[in-house]
Design a protein around this ligand. Structure first.
Ligand code: 5CA
Length: 168
């Protein structure tokens, strides 16, 4: 694994995530990887961690309210639509990449868990709390950072819930 990149050497999008973390009282170590971290599997390979320790940041939109929600899902879990809709209280739809970019300020594959263009109500997968450290995207498809799951929960003010149906 590469060493973390010094903040002053970060490209603009990862730098915005670093600055957002600082504003939340967190000093995160952003790693710019030589290989892709666009998917949870790729990120786990690059970080040398389990796929379960990768945080997927998935944006959904309420069909009735039009409001956007952020689900932080463990890399090896599939967000269960029925559980998610029950938590939010309305049917959810998956917006296209353009909407996600406008809402968060980042492109799919590098959506960070905080630092978005507009704040998003956030729900966090309880399975992420099983680890000492998890890795989340830092604004680019080769940028990631490690964080303790309880710090991630506090930084995003997330509600913790079961988001995946039982594993087979
Ligand atoms: N950097 C990695 C690990 S931190 C990452 O961002 N993973 S992710 O799961 O949070 O982001 C990829 C996710 O974006 C996919 O799981 C998928 O749900 C979503 N996605 C991919 N393509 C599209 C698309 N065209 N429109 C909406 N969502 C998409």
């Amino acid at each position: 694994m590469t060493a973390p990149t010094l903040p002053d050497n970060l490209p603009p999008s990862p730098r915005r995530v670093y600055d957002a973390a600082r504003a939340l009282g967190l000093d995160i170590a952003v790693h710019l990887m030589d290989q892709s971290t666009r998917t949870a599997e790729e990120a786990a390979a690059a970080c040398g961690c389990k796929v379960a320790q990768i945080v997927k940041s998935l944006v959904f939109r309420g069909q009735r309210s039009g409001k956007s929600f952020l689900f932080l899902v463990a890399g090896d879990n599939r967000l269960d639509d029925t559980l998610a809709a029950a938590l939010i209280g309305e049917t959810l739809e998956r917006p296209d990449g353009r909407f996600v970019r406008e809402t968060t300020g980042f492109a799919i594959g590098g959506i960070p868990p905080f630092g978005h263009a507009s704040p998003l109500q956030t729900i966090m997968d309880e399975d992420l709390l099983a680890h000492d450290l998890v890795w989340a995207a830092a604004g680019a498809p080769n940028a990631v950072f490690p964080i303790a799951p309880d710090e991630l929960r506090a930084a995003t003010n997330a509600r913790v819930a079961r988001l995946a149906a039982a594993k087979a």
